[in-house]
Write a new protein. Structure first.
Length: 225
């Protein structure tokens, strides 16, 4: 059965994901701008209160993914704190001005991560050539890539996601994300991805829905029988 990672933008969302028995949490703040690094207090509290793996988004600001050397040092400090808190993984991403993977920054962040798992986030969808970017990340040893196939949603990027999954083979995990909910995960399941990513937010709600997480897990379970 594929894994379900829940993007939690609040402590409440993380607790709901945990209660619904999601496989993993991607913890962040400010989902309205695509997610930023959560506060140290938020990381500490979530790690104390949940019993599923926590991956922390490392993104110091909104906007593009071209970072200064000072921003790199800030991100490395945040990665080090996540390691200190016992987080299981971090979610990183850095690009060059010409929209290629910033190899040196990515490598330095991976080195700082040490034992933790590393995901490259949706900055991947901003790259000028996703297959070249995939080769770069493969060479760097990234464990997984979060992507919507370069489209606004995973459903819209379905065909490209399939190509990326085929190209990645067993070298790294392509994790579809972007607008995934219980009503469309059945269709996306035909991609045969190993993992899926969703905020599990319902219209009018501020926090992850336990019921929506359970519905997606039930769907994945039924389709995997």
């Amino acid at each position: 059965m594929p894994l379900l990672e829940v993007c939690a933008g609040s402590v409440e969302s993380a607790l709901n994901a945990n209660a619904a028995k999601a496989d993993r949490i991607e913890l962040c703040a400010e989902l309205s701008v695509g997610g930023l690094t959560p506060s140290k207090g938020m990381i500490h509290l979530v790690k104390e209160m949940v019993d599923i793996p926590v991956y922390v988004l490392i993104r110091p600001r909104s906007g593009d993914f071209c970072y200064s050397l000072l921003e790199l040092e800030q991100m490395k400090e945040d990665v080090a704190f996540c390691s200190k808190m016992g987080c299981e993984g971090v979610v990183i991403g850095a690009l060059t001005p010409d929209r290629k993977i910033h190899e040196r920054m990515t490598y330095e962040l991976m080195q700082e991560a040490g034992y933790m798992d590393v995901t490259f986030h949706k900055a991947f969808d901003e790259t000028v050539n996703p297959f070249e970017a995939l080769d770069t990340l493969r060479e760097l040893g990234i464990q997984r890539v979060l992507t919507s196939g370069g489209a606004a949603t995973a459903l819209a990027g379905y065909d490209r996601l399939g190509e990326l999954i085929e190209e990645a083979d067993d070298d790294l995990i392509i994790m579809p994300g972007g607008g995934i909910r219980s009503e469309n995960i059945k269709h996306l399941h035909s991609l045969e991805a190993q993992e899926y990513h969703s905020a599990a937010l319902l219209p009018g709600q501020k926090h992850t829905s336990k019921e929506e997480v359970k519905a997606m897990l039930d769907c994945l379970r039924q389709l995997s029988v």
